[in-house]
Design a protein around this ligand. Structure first.
Ligand code: AP5
Length: 217
């Protein structure tokens, strides 16, 4: 299966994507994680991307598209879940060009919906494992041992772009630049909306039910 996850910052894309990829053996391609890894390694991409991410802006399309092209080639055999890409209409069009030339297709686009006030509460209390990327929430999904990843035991960290001011800016950018992609995929009969509010397990079950139906059709 080849899937796309859309939704505002904090909607739970990474949380649900990681579980889906573990269960179905797809590759999780998260542009946010890839960029953070480039930043940590101080690559040319990382140095360029850092300033955009810290201010809550989108990284330029050409830089993102070059990075994704390489990842798709690796993930072609297992199938993939795109988490955080595409984020602009030009990125969506370029993705179509890439998959057409590879002779593959997108099976479904999952759109997680969560209201704005809940998103701020989720992101300002998010903590992430630097080793496996698993994300926690101090109240809704705390680690078993305070400050440590349940899987890796690593010290959890808070992302620099998870402060209230930057989160609000990221939400505005989602509304203006990323939301139009939903109509783009509605036009292709691929978009499926999921209520992202409630227990994580219940949301995961809804996603699985929806995918079973989408793949059958
Ligand atoms: P990225 O890392 O992709 O961030 P994002 O899209 O803003 O999404 P998040 O990772 O913040 O949220 P999420 O939906 O994955 O939520 P999560 O599951 O962690 O991108 C960062 C930056 O990189 C961008 O701002 C941009 O600068 C750049 N970038 C990336 N891709 C780009 C692209 N394609 N083009 C240009 N620039 C790009 O959950 C959030 C919290 O909520 C966690 O604490 C979690 O435990 C909790 N939670 C999850 N589900 C629930 C639930 N049901 N109930 C309660 N809490 C929940």
């Amino acid at each position: 299966m080849n899937l796309i996850f859309l939704g505002p910052p904090g909607a739970g894309k990474g949380t649900q994507a990681q579980r889906l990829c573990w269960d179905f053996g797809m590759a999780q391609i998260s542009t946010g994680d890839l960029l953070r890894s480039h930043i940590a390694k101080k690559t040319a991409i990382g140095i360029e991307a850092d300033k955009y991410i810290n201010e809550g802006n989108l990284v330029p399309d050409d830089l993102i598209i070059g990075m994704i092209r390489e990842e798709l080639a690796y993930a072609e055999k297992t199938g993939f879940l795109l988490d955080g890409f595409p984020r602009t209409v030009p990125q969506a069009i370029e993705l179509d060009n890439m998959i057409t030339s590879m002779g593959i297709k997108i099976d479904a686009v999952l759109v997680l919906e969560v209201p704005g006030d809940e998103l701020v509460a989720r992101l300002t209390a998010r903590r992430t494992c630097p080793t496996c990327g698993k994300s926690y929430h101090l109240i809704f999904n705390p680690p078993a041992k305070e400050g440590k990843c349940d899987i890796e035991g690593s010290d959890l960290f808070q992302r620099k772009d998870d402060n209230e001011e930057t989160v609000t800016k990221r939400q505005q950018i989602y509304e203006n630049q990323t939301k139009p992609i939903i109509n783009y995929y509605k036009g292709k009969n691929l978009a499926h909306t999921i209520n992202g509010v409630g227990k994580m397990d219940k949301i995961y079950s809804s996603i699985k039910t929806l995918l079973n139906e989408a793949v059958k059709n």
